[in-house]
Design a protein around this ligand. Structure first.
Ligand code: ADP
Ligand code: MG
Length: 262
């Protein structure tokens, strides 16, 4: 997907996205990072056509996303939002089946292809034995995987995830990132996700976009983008970077940049 001069405003006065230009590499994992309120979710919203840009366009497979019919776009890209709402007594299986709607004609019965996609989505997210469970009985990690399963049932080549690890403990964060990596490596799904943890962003992405005040300030290979100077500039944090044999490049925050000056 190509992002061409994306400018977006919620109220028509202040631009929450300013001329964002980038190219999302196909078959890779792109992570959007940046401080709270820097425009990460807004950018993802414009890329998923939930929000319409005031200027510019997002182009997918050579065609502006605004030119796609809704179902056609839903067969190309799936989104897992940060906050997801569903009736608490919905079962996992029913939720995941909603992912098939873009592939079905009105009133049509569930086809074998639908069944296979649902089965694959439940298997990939290791939720087969939870298929009859109601959403309200799931743990946080399972619930997040159920939403990912619904997106997977759409069978798209592009998957967007807004802060998929927020609210999960360390084990479940890593488990989820491993699932995302698996989907990318084994199934060739192009991933665009928002993360807060810089070390996770370094570890699990091929491409980084760093947002600040609505601008894509930096973009490129994680190891090139993440420097002490960038962390000070973007987050106001003083940090050192260390190379570890097993973990690769790791960021160690020392304090806020203000404190370092005191
Ligand atoms: P991030 O995801 O990086 O935390 P957002 O994209 O949610 O940031 O928000 C970017 C800016 O847009 C912020 O200043 C935020 O207050 C504003 N904003 C977000 N959503 C809305 C909305 N629905 N209406 C008006 N302003 C919004
Ligand atoms: Mg956000």
């Amino acid at each position: 997907m190509e992002l061409k001069g994306l400018t977006f405003s919620y109220d028509g006065r202040i631009d929450q996205l300013k001329q964002v230009e980038d190219r999302i590499p196909t078959g890779q994992i792109t992570t959007i990072i940046g401080p709270n309120g820097s425009g990460k979710s807004t950018l993802l919203g414009v890329m998923a056509r939930n929000l319409s840009p005031r200027e510019g366009e997002a182009v997918l497979d050579g065609k502006a996303i605004i030119a796609y019919a809704p179902k056609e776009l839903a067969r190309k890209l799936a989104v897992v939002h940060q906050h997801n709402d569903a009736p608490p007594d919905l079962t996992v299986q029913r939720l995941v089946a909603y992912g098939r709607l873009p592939h079905r004609r009105m009133w049509s019965q569930q086809s074998e292809e639908d069944e296979a996609a649902i089965q694959w989505a439940l298997e990939s997210t290791r939720l087969l034995d939870k298929r009859e469970s109601r959403l309200c009985t799931l743990s946080g990690g399972e619930r997040q995987r159920a939403w990912i399963a619904m997106a997977l049932a759409q069978r798209t080549k592009l998957l967007f995830l807004d802060e998929p690890t927020t609210f999960l403990d360390m084990y479940h964060q890593i488990e989820l990132l491993e699932l995302i990596r698996h989907l990318n490596e084994e199934h060739g799904i192009t991933i665009v996700m928002v993360l807060h943890d810089i070390n996770q962003a370094l570890r699990y992405s091929h491409h980084l976009i760093v947002m600040k005040e609505g601008e894509a300030r930096l973009s490129g290979a994680p190891r090139e983008v993440i420097t002490s100077a960038a962390l000070a500039d973007i987050y106001g944090v003083k940090a050192v970077l260390r190379e570890d044999d097993q973990a690769g490049l790791v960021v160690l925050p020392l304090g806020t940049a203000e404190a370092a000056h005191m």
